[in-house]
Design a protein around this ligand. Structure first.
Ligand SMILES: Nc1ncnc2c1ncn2[C@@H]1O[C@H](COP(=O)(O)OP(=O)(O)OP(=O)(O)O)[C@@H](O)[C@H]1O
Ligand SMILES: [Mg+2]
Length: 462
């Protein structure tokens, strides 16, 4: 038993075994000691973060240093009112926020569920397929899962006691979350993150210039006492020197070079693809009519196993007039049932023109950093059969060439803004809009409650 408060109760009870209050307290401690969260023992840097009395704490760290584990434990202690270092009185209203529902399923949700005692749960509400929307505890505490893909307007946090961001949130989401603190109520905010996006607002506004109520800690692989030397060596071999600055040490770097570093021609290019009847076909366009800014269109098949196949592209350098352009897109779309079509959100006039001609399309979501991070995530991901989630056929050489040559803008980075160079980005911009938009979750208000259909621990349908 290491939990300082539990220990104290047991020691007092040993001194005063006849005290009825202590007898009851020791029974409660016995129960709590059986909870999985009691067997989580933070290592020194995690303990320091758990002890922080600032209202906003950033835990920057390399990969695998135990950031998510620490955040999940802090959250569970708050919800249960069993924090070893603080007086927390449930009921607690909390948010656990992360990049996407996919990431939630892989990281924060299983870590929280592994620590949360099953007998303390009153009800679990699901979004779909085992993705938890909200958990209510018997003590009245509640936890809602949120994803950055919902956009800032869904982050109005009135009445929350604790908000945990696992991985860097967009700044507008962070601001929206902390601005509605209720008077007289403490709001705790923890952000556990690896600075994979380089010099963003967290570098300038938090790391270099933390506000009075904010502090940060930085952890590297050496802080995770459970990582063996062999594991560290193995991980080191996977990354470039630049990447190791943030992946091992949790440091901030000027992102430079290739944007889609994970793009690997031996993995992400396939010879050919024949569209199957079960595939969903999507089409997306980036508008332009000059040599530097051509018109670009990509056709993507979403296979039933979740794989995206970019199987056709068209790039037109120069102006050919709307009629011809629309004719060309229609001709290339013949034989496919296009499920959704997206047009460059910067040119609603072009979108109108296409719609008037019966080539229907809508405006996609256009957040650039989140879109890039979506493409990167899909590049790194695999289907259940182990194939890459995103592949390009040789029929799309311009998209392939752009994936390789798309670069960060060094000048802008030096000024503290991180943006890719607006070059080599035509077909892949269209692909970015598309992947980002179709991965948007439904609005939470639209979800139906599908209670007790999934095992909360495994996500398996019961
Ligand atoms: N205090 C601890 N006691 C035991 N194991 C721990 C502890 N903290 C972390 N771990 C283990 O270390 C591993 C890495 O932890 P975690 O997933 O929290 O790291 P992370 O920093 O969030 O990594 P990533 O960058 O991949 O998100 C996990 O297997 C986790 O269970
Ligand atoms: Mg993590």
């Amino acid at each position: 038993m290491w939990h300082p408060k539990h220990k104290q109760v047991v020691e007092l009870f040993q001194e005063h075994p006849d005290d009825p209050d202590l007898q009851a307290a020791v029974v409660e401690v016995d129960k709590r000691e059986k909870w999985a969260v009691s067997s989580y023992r933070p290592y020194p840097i995690q303990e320091t973060v758990h002890k922080s009395d600032k209202s906003i704490v950033f835990f920057f760290g390399g990969n695998r240093v135990g950031k998510t584990q620490m955040g999940a434990a802090e959250m569970v202690w708050y919800l249960l009112g069993d924090h070893p270092f603080k007086e927390i009185k449930p009921p607690i209203s909390a948010w656990a926020c992360c990049l996407s529902t996919d990431v939630q399923m892989e990281a924060s949700q299983p870590k929280i569920m592994a620590l949360l005692p099953q007998e303390e749960i009153r009800k679990i509400y699901y979004l779909r397929n085992g993705i938890i929307q909200r958990i209510e505890l018997k003590n009245g505490s509640n936890l809602t899962f949120k994803s950055y893909e919902q956009g800032a307007e869904k982050f109005q946090s009135a009445g929350k006691d604790i908000i945990w961001f696992d991985e860097e949130p967009p700044q507008d989401i962070f601001k929206e979350s902390i601005i509605r603190r209720e008077a007289g109520k403490d709001l705790k905010v923890i952000c556990t993150m690896t600075p994979v996006n380089g010099l963003t607002w967290t570098y300038y506004d938090v790391f270099r210039n933390p506000a009075k109520n904010t502090e940060w800690y930085l952890a590297s692989w050496n802080d995770n006492i459970y990582l063996t030397e062999e594991q560290k060596e193995e991980m080191r071999s996977q990354y470039s020197e630049d990447e190791l600055v943030y992946r091992e040490k949790g440091g901030f770097i000027h992102l430079s070079g290739q944007v889609y570093k994970s793009f690997d021609p031996s993995k992400h290019i396939i010879e050919d693809y024949n569209v199957e009847p079960d595939d969903e076909i999507y089409r997306s366009m980036d508008f332009g009519a000059t040599r530097e800014h051509p018109f670009a269109c990509a056709w993507v098949a979403l296979r039933p196993n979740g794989q995206y196949v970019v199987f056709q592209e068209e790039v037109i350098y120069g102006s050919i007039g709307f009629e011809q352009l629309i004719g060309r897109v229609s001709e290339l779309s013949e034989g496919f049932i296009v499920r959704s079509s997206y047009g460059d959100p910067a040119r609603p006039d072009w979108i109108d023109e296409f719609n008037r001609a019966g080539v229907y399309m809508v405006k996609p979501q256009k957040d650039v950093p989140l879109g890039i991070s979506k493409v990167q995530q899909v590049l790194d991901d695999r289907t259940p059969q182990g194939e890459p989630r995103l592949v390009f056929t040789k029929n799309c050489p311009i998209a392939i060439e752009e994936m390789i040559n798309y670069r960060w803008d060094k000048k802008l980075t030096a000024q503290g803004q991180q943006r890719p160079l607006k070059k080599n980005d035509h077909v892949i911009d269209a692909i970015r809009y598309l992947l980002y938009t179709i991965s948007q979750p439904l609005q939470y208000d639209d979800y139906e409650e599908v209670n007790q259909r999934y095992d909360p621990y495994t996500g398996i349908i019961l």
